[in-house]
Every structure is written in C-alpha cells, then in structure tokens.
Write a protein that binds this ligand. Structure first.
Ligand SMILES: [Ca+2]
Length: 157
C-alpha cells in the first residue's frame, strides 16, 4: 500500500512505519509477461561498449533471466532497451513479479581494467503478449555504483 511521498506503509503489529521503497506492482489484471522495456539512467561514470548487463526478473517462482544488454551508456544519459526473456517462449504472470536483479560484467580489452558504472535510476515496464503494460517497477533513486568486485544490484518492490 502506498502512503505519502511514495513510501510504503508497513503494518507491524499495531505500529505503522514508513520505509523507502521501489514503486513496483502489477498493472491491471494478471497477465502473462513476454517482453520488457528497461530504462537505465547513467550518472557520472559510463558503461563501456564492451560491458554487459544481465537482468533477471524476480518472481515467486525464482529469478528469470532476461536478454542481455550491452553498453555504451554515456555519462549523464538515459538508455532504453527492449528485451524478452532469455528464451522468448518463457512467460510468467505479472502477479508473480516481485522485482529485479542486475549484474554488470566487464569484458576488458587488453590494458583495460574492470569497468565501473554509476546507475542513478532504473525503470522496468513489463508487457503481455497483447502488448498491454502489465508490470511496472520504478527506482528513481538507485544510485548504484557497479564495479568489478560489486557486480550485483537487487530491488524488491
Ligand atoms: Ca565506466
């Protein structure tokens, strides 16, 4: 349940507290998801062209891998990618969606060290087989710095 300023109201016994939260939810009736649009807002450190982002859609049935995404994402830009599940025949109900997980993998050229990437914001839109937007997750304040030793970012709605 959403309270003021996008905070999630958590009922803990008789106590209600405000916790920061991603804004994630199915949209409309349950629908089988087939494709996604991923929006990545890059901060001051770019994602190189030889760096790969592996997205996973977190569900009640486990983490389902999406098609991989590659840079370059320039510093201070927003880049959008349309993907399906890694196997385009896979599907999952929008009502079983719980969040997203990203892994950045560097593929270094000779003389390159691991890439670092500042992802300031992230948005995911999930679409049904009829193209209906059926899942939405927005993290406007991700401010994640991926590095060679810190490759993972997870957000549960
Ligand atoms: Ca970089």
């Amino acid at each position: 349940m959403l309270g003021a300023a996008g905070m999630t109201l958590l009922a803990v016994g008789s106590l209600t507290v405000l916790a920061p939260s991603a804004n994630a939810s199915p949209v409309g009736p349950c629908a089988n998801l087939h494709s996604f649009t991923l929006d990545f807002r890059t901060g001051g450190d770019d994602l190189r062209g030889n760096s790969e982002v592996i997205p996973f859609f977190i569900t009640t049935a486990g983490d389902i891998e999406l098609q991989h995404v590659w840079g370059p994402f320039g510093g201070g830009t927003t880049n959008s990618r349309n993907v399906t599940f890694l196997n385009p025949n896979w599907t999952v109900s929008s009502c079983d969606g719980r969040g997203v997980k990203l892994r950045m993998v560097s593929h270094n050229d000779v003389f390159q060290t691991d890439d670092n990437w500042n992802m300031d914001a992230f948005t995911l839109y999930g679409y049904s087989d009829t193209g209906q937007r059926s899942y939405f997750l927005s993290v406007p304040d991700a401010f994640k710095r991926f590095t060679g030793s810190d490759q993972w970012w997870t957000r549960i709605g």
